[in-house]
Design a protein around this ligand. Structure first.
Ligand code: UDP
Ligand code: MG
Length: 320
């Protein structure tokens, strides 16, 4: 039995050695208790620091280590996809390099797959403690909105840390879309999932790559990717405005008939025009957002480009 650990890394030179140390401990436990072998797949997402060098070094020293290095930064979602594609394991786990996803949980997660008949063991954070309140507020709003709008339910506080069996991995690989929103994809494919909650852990070293703006864009991506409700909302807004306009027309006709028409109302007219054109632009923006996603999707560009893997390394060394 082989377990693949996929670790997307972007500028993680400080955290990666610590991660490796902790994960090899877990690999040791797995080998002892379950006779399970572990392979590490580090996905270097175009890091600008020494991450790639560390990957090379680990791959040289440890047979179990493989790595994929991208030609530039393609984002964590691409990293996950590349890792899943490369994984040879019967079971595949993906975790962050910063030890915010404790590898020590993997034996327990594996148990629920092997003994309780689950296809996937996923994690979520128990609380949002330690997070700025404004971010918590927006995060909660996001989950409320997306779960109302989309048929794909997304668990509040779900992390990307999960262990899956081969069946589920293959299912995820079949979804080769360009605009990837993992939280939605995991949920969309279905399968029996067991949830583990744990408290938020600070990253061991380095800095988070997310800022508020990035998260906001990511959440919009999630909504666009897994729901077409905004398009329907735009249409409904259109109908509502037609209705309002119709009521307004009747009102004006009767007022003119009863009281004559002194041609007043320019300011209100301007306000109405501004408001309606604002709503129109907004709805057009929604349509544009979907069009943009479709545009990117039909171009069928690859999700990532590989610059180097551990195979290049061993070939190069043989040549030397
Ligand atoms: N990551 C990546 N590519 C990116 C950004 C992040 O592969 O463009 C990796 C990063 O190295 C880490 C994981 O994704 O292993 C999660 O990133 P981070 O810790 O910054 O996010 P947070 O835990 O704060 O949500
Ligand atoms: Mg992190």
């Amino acid at each position: 039995m082989l377990i693949s650990l996929i670790v997307p890394c972007y500028n993680e030179e400080e955290a990666l050695p610590l991660f490796y140390k902790e994960a090899t401990g877990v690999a040791h436990t797995l080998a002892e208790t379950r006779q399970a072998q572990v392979e590490f797949i580090f996905v270097d997402d175009g890091s600008r620091d020494k991450t790639l060098e560390i990957c090379r070094k680990l791959a040289r020293e440890d047979q179990r280590v493989r790595y994929i290095s991208f030609s530039r930064n393609f984002g964590k979602e691409a990293g996950i996809y590349a890792g899943l594609k490369a994984a040879k394991g019967d079971y595949v786990a993906m975790l962050d390099a910063d030890l915010q996803d404790p590898p020590a949980l993997i034996p327990e997660m594996l148990r629920s797959l092997l003994e309780e008949g689950y296809d996937c063991a996923a994690t979520r954070r128990a609380t949002r403690a330690g997070e700025p309140p404004i971010r918590s507020f927006f995060a909660r709003m996001f989950y409320r909105i997306i779960n109302k709008m989309s048929d794909t339910q997304i668990v509040d506080g779900a992390r990307d840390f999960r262990l899956m069996n081969r069946k589920m991995v293959d299912a995820i690989l079949e979804l080769g879309e360009y605009n990837r929103f993992s939280k939605g994809i995991f949920s969309w494919v279905g399968f029996k999932t067991k949830w583990y909650s744990y408290d938020n852990v600070e990253r061991v070293a380095g800095k988070t790559k997310w800022n508020f703006w990035g998260l906001l864009l990511y959440s919009i991506e999630g909504i666009i990717g897994f729901s077409t409700a905004p398009l329907a909302l735009a249409a409904i807004a259109g109908i509502l405005f037609c209705l309002l306009a119709f009521i307004g027309m009747i009102f004006i006709i009767f007022r003119a008939l009863l009281f004559g028409d002194p041609t007043a109302g320019w300011p209100s007219l301007v306000c109405i025009i501004l408001m309606v054109s604002g709503v129109q632009m907004f709805c057009l923006g929604i349509v544009g957002e979907y069009l943009a996603k479709t545009y990117l999707e039909v171009k069928r560009r690859p999700l990532y480009l590989v610059n180097e893997t551990e195979e290049n390394l061993s070939r190069k060394e043989e040549a030397d």
